[in-house]
Ligand binder design. Structure first.
Ligand SMILES: C[S@@+](CC[C@H](N)C(=O)[O-])C[C@H]1O[C@@H](n2cnc3c(N)ncnc32)[C@H](O)[C@@H]1O
Length: 455
């Protein structure tokens, strides 16, 4: 073996991987180095050496890449959240644009004249997130630790201030931390699956300023909860305080049951003119400014004139459905989480939208069932699946239904490329692709694609 574990080497980084890791070569042997950037000359320590490639730890930046910046956040290199904060924002956007392009070319096989528009970035890529999930633990000294997981681990980096979260979180963390310390509240221990407080979920309405706090516990009640409620209520904008019961031995953050402690069971926010009620368990896009842009692109791609039937699959709380309803004859939404569908129905009601109907269930079950039983029809189908993309059985039904347009909203360009290829091999043509930066400083990217039916 050319390189052995713990060898220290000096290499130049000349590429960046899909997870933002620097890629360099030592005498032809490829090394992946977290936190290193193309253009860096670095000293690294080999950690894991396979036959053709290995992983190394960054020990020293000897010559810095022109694209390297000092992260605003002092813990960015440890925290798993912002793995690109050391890269200039301009270059982060280029990285994401190339990531989408590479997936479409390599996985999707779309080569010639890829219809990919320039990525839409943020003007001010800080303090943009409306949702935080802080894991809680105690350190060896018994002090409460709250923050984010270190990259690829479950060890928590203690945090008082996060540069991508809404600033209101600082005060929330401070109050909850003091409460847990002062009342010596039991904290969950993942390895032993005992203890009480697991996570703190917060949500903040970007337009309304309404605040939600949900304490995730491995139990049925939180001792002295009235004291916590009393302190949290003092924060301007506080709207909803609840407990989420999660007794499962799993790393899934939320359980199914929510107990309201104070205020409403939801917060309200707007995207464009549409008002949305959001419950603790519902999916809601985390970057409200960019979400508006994302939905406007979806709307533009759908090109509705008022007489169309639209199916919005994986509709969450009906955000895209209701955004499109004003321009369509009828919209149908499908979503697997029952509470999200309750929100979607209520959201239609509070916006006086009467041409939207919602169904609970897996899209890959509901759509084929409805197509078989009722021969349902669509002019436009919108899909916005989780990272794993769409099931083939769903894509097959979409192909049978043959909508004129498919608008595919995706948070994973690799599964997007796979699914677009599947559709394009079966009667569809890729017309446009647009990436939007919903997740500044992370490696994630959101993409919208438009497909037209060739039949
Ligand atoms: C990326 S989110 C999109 C939600 C919504 N379109 C939005 O923009 O807020 C994906 C949604 O799909 C839901 N989901 C996951 N698997 C599903 C399935 N098999 N069928 C239907 N919905 C599913 C999730 O609960 C989540 O609400």
């Amino acid at each position: 073996m050319l390189i052995n574990k713990n060898d220290e080497l000096i290499i130049e980084i000349d590429d960046i991987g899909s997870e933002g890791e620097g890629i360099g070569k030592y005498q032809g042997y490829t090394l992946f180095v977290k936190n290193a950037l193309p253009g860096d000359k670095v000293r690294v320590k080999a950690m894991k050496c396979k036959k053709n490639y290995g992983y190394a730890r960054l020990m020293e930046v000897i010559e810095a890449s022109p694209y390297r910046t000092t992260p605003q956040c002092g813990i960015a290199d440890k925290c798993g959240g912002c793995s690109l904060m050391h890269l200039s924002y301009e270059r982060q956007l280029l990285f994401k644009q190339n990531k989408v392009r590479n997936c479409l070319e390599r996985i999707g096989g779309f080569k010639e004249e890829l219809p990919l528009g320039p990525i839409i970035g943020m003007e001010e890529p800080y303090y943009y997130r409306n949702k935080a999930q802080f894991p809680v633990s105690r350190n060896k000294e018994g002090k409460v630790v709250m923050g984010f997981y270190a990259g690829g681990t479950h060890s928590i980096i203690d945090t008082d201030h996060c540069f991508i979260q809404a600033k209101e979180n600082d005060k929330l963390i401070q109050i909850i931390r003091s409460f847990l310390e002062n009342y010596n509240i039991s904290i969950y221990e993942e390895e032993k699956h005992n203890g009480l407080v697991r996570h703190i979920l917060t949500r903040i309405g970007y337009v309304t300023g309404e605040i939600m706090v949900c304490i995730v516990i491995n139990g049925n009640e939180l001792p002295h909860q009235d004291k916590l409620v009393q302190n949290l209520r003092e924060i301007p904008g506080m709207t909803s305080i609840s407990l989420n019961i999660n007794k499962a031995n799993t790393n899934v953050i939320l359980g199914d049951k929510v107990i309201n402690l104070w205020g409403k069971s939801y917060i309200t926010d707007y995207i464009g003119d549409i008002k949305y009620q959001i419950s603790p368990l519902s999916f809601y896009q985390v970057n409200p400014q960019q979400t508006k842009r994302l939905y406007e692109i979806a709307l533009k791609f759908a090109d509705l004139h008022g007489d169309e039937t639209v199916w919005d699959l994986y509709c969450g709380i009906g955000t895209i459905s209701l955004f499109l309803a004003g321009k369509a004859k009828q919209v149908y939404g499908v979503e697997i989480i029952p509470q999200a569908i309750e929100d979607a129905k209520r959201n239609a009601e509070i916006n006086q939208i009467i041409n939207a109907e919602f169904f609970v269930g897996a899209a890959e079950d509901i759509l084929p069932e409805k197509y078989k039983e009722n021969n349902i029809y669509a002019d436009v189908i919108v899909v916005d699946p989780p990272r794993k993309g769409c099931e083939e059985s769903l894509l097959d039904t979409i192909i049978l239904m043959a909508p004129k347009k498919i608008v595919y909203v995706s948070c994973d360009p690799a599964t997007l490329a796979r699914d677009l290829r599947y559709l394009c091999d079966r009667g569809y043509e890729l017309i446009k692709v647009q990436a939007v930066d919903q997740f500044a400083h992370s490696v994630h990217v959101e993409t919208v694609a438009l497909l037209n039916c060739k039949r």
